[in-house]
Design a protein around this ligand. Structure first.
Ligand SMILES: [Fe+2]
Ligand SMILES: [Fe+2]
Length: 371
């Protein structure tokens, strides 16, 4: 097939891959697509994309058609050479070449014959990995034209990988920041450890089972940790008061819902706007007896209804400075009693139908590990 591609077919092929790549934001998927593109452009049987590890000591294969991901020392094999010398390599028969490392073939039972490798570097000319294609179709060998095409793919691959990595970093930073911000509210509510993480996980599960899309469930997962962010606006004297609040103090404490809403509501970011809803409505109750607005039933946004349940389930089941964790049976009884009162009945049903999943989340994010 590599032989018969003319210029316009080639362009079409490249464009179709570029379209696929720009449609995904998932790093692994992008690399997958790039590997397929390289293989198709060069008429090879397999393509492996190698990335240099963070400590620069090894190479790990991200996508290897036909083999599981593997890690090799950075200075071995043809790929290692290509990276060390920054050179493109074409080999007609690997077994005639001393640099070839047969160990992968031995492990997989595959017979490597022709190989072509090009190193990938980023804009700063730092090598980030290499693309390797193996075994030209019909027992052929790779030629200059194939090399040109692989170079084309490699330039594009390096760019996509770099921007996907950056995007991943931005997304991770964003998530981390949200938990950090969320835990400010937590520390002011004397809640401990992984409370916000568990609330995030419970909320996601409830959202999915309720029938929200995965995208929306993820949005809520990011937003729900910020439910108590408004507590940053409550005076220390009240926050730190040992024992019960009097009516006046309780009233002030309850303003945290509105304060949180006020802080977040004008954001242009979807996550923060969703967090504004969560902050505003997580103390509303299904029967209208909650605060701050006394909303009823599905007047309360589904994000608020979900976070309310997730938050209460976690708060009751955790030790706090001022109380011991409730026994599970006691929590379940309360949930049954409050079905249709405090909580959306449908969500309570979902909770009991998926009880094991909720308990597993609790177990997985127990307090004390990184609390
Ligand atoms: Fe709250
Ligand atoms: Fe909470």
């Amino acid at each position: 097939m590599g032989e018969t591609l003319n210029a316009s077919e080639l362009l079409n092929l490249i464009f179709s891959y570029i379209t696929k790549i720009s449609a995904t934001r998932n790093h692994d998927e992008i690399i997958d697509i790039l590997a397929n593109m390289s293989r198709e452009l060069t008429g090879a049987d397999r393509c492996t994309i190698w990335l240099v590890s963070d400590d620069k000591k090894s190479l790990w294969s991200k996508v290897a058609h036909g083999i599981d991901n593997i890690v090799i020392p950075i200075d071995t094999g043809i790929v290692g050479c290509s990276i060390a010398q920054r050179e493109k390599i074409i080999i007609d028969d690997a077994y005639d070449d001393d640099r070839f490392n047969k160990s992968v073939d031995l492990k997989t039972g595959y017979r490597t014959k022709s190989i072509m490798v090009v190193p990938m570097h980023n804009e700063d000319n730092v090598i980030i990995g290499a693309i390797q294609v193996i075994n030209k179709n019909n027992d052929g060998v790779f030629d200059e034209r194939d090399l040109e095409r692989l170079l084309l793919a490699s330039t594009y691959a390096a760019e996509s990988i770099e921007s996907a990595l950056l995007l991943k970093e931005i997304e991770q930073t964003q998530s981390e920041l949200i938990f950090t911000v969320g835990s400010i509210g937590e520390s002011r509510s004397k809640e401990t450890g992984n409370h916000v993480k568990r609330v995030a996980e419970y909320s996601y599960l409830l959202a999915i089972k309720y029938g929200l899309s995965k995208e929306e469930a993820l949005l809520l997962k990011e937003a729900s940790p910020m439910h108590d962010i408004g507590k940053i606006g409550i005076p220390d004297a009240i926050i730190n008061k040992p024992g019960r609040f009097n009516d006046e103090e309780r009233k002030i404490m309850d303003t945290h819902a509105f304060i949180g809403y006020k802080i977040l509501k004008d954001s242009t970011r979807r996550i923060l706007r969703s967090a504004a809803i969560v902050a505003y409505e997580h103390h509303e109750k299904w029967d209208g007896s909650g605060y701050p607005r006394g909303l009823k039933g599905d007047e309360i946004h589904i994000y608020g209804r979900i976070t309310a349940l997730a938050d209460v389930f976690d708060a009751l089941g955790s030790d706090r400075v001022y109380k011991k964790a409730w026994e599970d049976e006691k929590i379940f009884q309360l949930f049954k009693d409050e079905r249709g009162k405090h909580f959306d009945p449908k969500l309570i049903d979902i909770f009991f139908e998926n009880l094991d999943d909720f308990l597993n989340i609790r177990k997985k994010h127990k307090d004390g590990y990184n609390g």
